[in-house]
Design a binder for this molecule. Structure first.
Ligand code: COI
Length: 387
């Protein structure tokens, strides 16, 4: 039987003879990196790592673009995930009876890769996403990849899609890890098989507003999460129910929806795509992550930066009345970044907040983006360099 190592060598050999000389150098560079993942056998890129894939980097939004590679691995219930493989980006095959399709047994994550001014490729705290996926998997009765496997998979996928990482300052490569029950199951139960995969897309601003302040609508009819539910984990089932209130709010000209707690309809919780913060004087507050609120990686990072910058930061229950009285309001999330809120509309009343260059949200945004993009020294061990 031919070993995987030999198979990889054969592949390399046949490519040596079939590639044009200009592409051989590119392939060797790619292959030397890929060889550290010797278990993988995948079709190498016919593009150089630095070849522009034809993207208009100045006009990136948050849209799906088909890129070169995705990562995938499977696991049978009760076992560990196999060594994953990179393959050409494309559709996957699923049984119509897959757990994720029928009972929503699935989780997703979001993390970004950046290109620094001096050409380094940087990831931001990917192990935090790995930890969150692990916690979510426990809640959703799914096996999860180990922290190392998750981070390694993120690195491999980012490197394989290097040419899709926007130039410094133009955006980022959004990596979307997915964990799903892929095995077939008819009665309600945990699926017998699971897929962990990662796909990517270059992205710019999440909101069509760009860097302009957001206008939020306080949702009173629909809830995002309830006590004992899954609001605190990144379950795929948390998001589709939010489409109705989101679509309604957008059709009325709002950027997004701010949810209240489902019991009292009095405490602010989360925006459909991100966490929320308020500022009053020197005090910054965000709803405590008590099970109904997703503990965002950006949220966590902003709390640390704000404390370091001398602000008093509180994680606690926050009434809608407190928000109305705030000096500043801002949102945080991987996709969203740090976004200032210009107005919140509640019970027909539009309340406006301070925005602009001399705000605390701008100060925090500048520090966080500086660290992520390698402009500010990372003294917290948040940055993972991958190239
Ligand atoms: C992210 O911020 O990465 C998310 O997953 C939010 C999603 C609604 C885009």
């Amino acid at each position: 039987m031919i070993s995987r190592r030999a198979c990889f060598r054969n592949l390399l050999q046949s490519l040596r003879t079939s590639y044009s000389s200009s592409k051989i150098g590119d392939y060797h560079r790619f292959a030397s990196r890929a060889s550290s993942f010797l278990q993988q056998v995948f079709e190498p890129s016919t593009y150089s790592d630095d070849e522009n894939p034809g993207v208009d980097w100045d006009n990136l939004g948050f849209y799906m673009m088909r890129t070169d590679y995705m990562y995938m691995t499977k696991c049978t219930k009760g076992e560990c995930f196999e060594q994953g493989q990179l393959s050409r980006y494309g559709n996957i095959e699923l049984s119509p009876a897959a757990g994720v399709l029928n009972y929503g047994q699935g989780l997703f994550e979001g993390t970004k890769a950046y290109r620094s001014e001096d050409g380094r490729l940087l990831l931001f705290r990917p192990e935090q996403n790995a930890i969150r996926m692990k916690m979510g998997a426990e809640r959703m009765c799914m096996p999860s990849p180990s922290i190392d496997q998750f981070v390694d998979a993120v690195k491999q996928t980012a490197i394989a899609n290097k040419r899709w990482i926007p130039p410094a300052g133009k955006g980022s490569l959004y990596l979307r890890p997915l964990l799903m029950g892929s095995g077939q199951i008819l009665g309600l139960g945990a699926a017998p098989e699971y897929i962990f995969l990662i796909y990517v897309s270059p992205v710019g601003n999440y909101f069509k507003e760009g860097f302009a302040p957001l206008n939020l609508y306080v949702e009173e009819e629909f809830d995002r999460a309830s006590r004992g539910g899954t609001g605190g984990v990144k379950s795929v089932t948390n998001y589709a129910p939010g489409l109705k209130p989101l679509t309604r709010a957008k059709s009325r000209g709002f950027s997004d929806v701010l949810y209240l707690d489902s019991v009292n309809k009095k405490f602010i919780e989360e925006v459909s795509s991100c966490n929320i913060f308020i500022l009053k004087g020197n005090v910054i507050a965000s709803p405590a992550a008590n099970g109904t609120i997703l503990e965002g990686v950006t949220r966590k990072s902003i709390i640390d930066i704000a404390r370091e910058n001398g602000y008093q930061v509180e994680e606690r229950v926050i009434t809608i009345d407190e928000l109305i009285d705030a000096d500043e309001v801002f949102c945080t999330g991987t996709a969203v970044g740090v976004a200032p809120v210009g107005s919140v509309t509640y019970k027909g009343q539009r309340i406006e907040f301070k925005t602009g260059p001399h705000t605390v949200s701008q100060e925090l945004y500048t520090t966080l983006e500086g660290i992520k993009r390698g402009l500010i020294k990372d003294n917290k061990g948040w940055i993972v360099e991958i190239d």
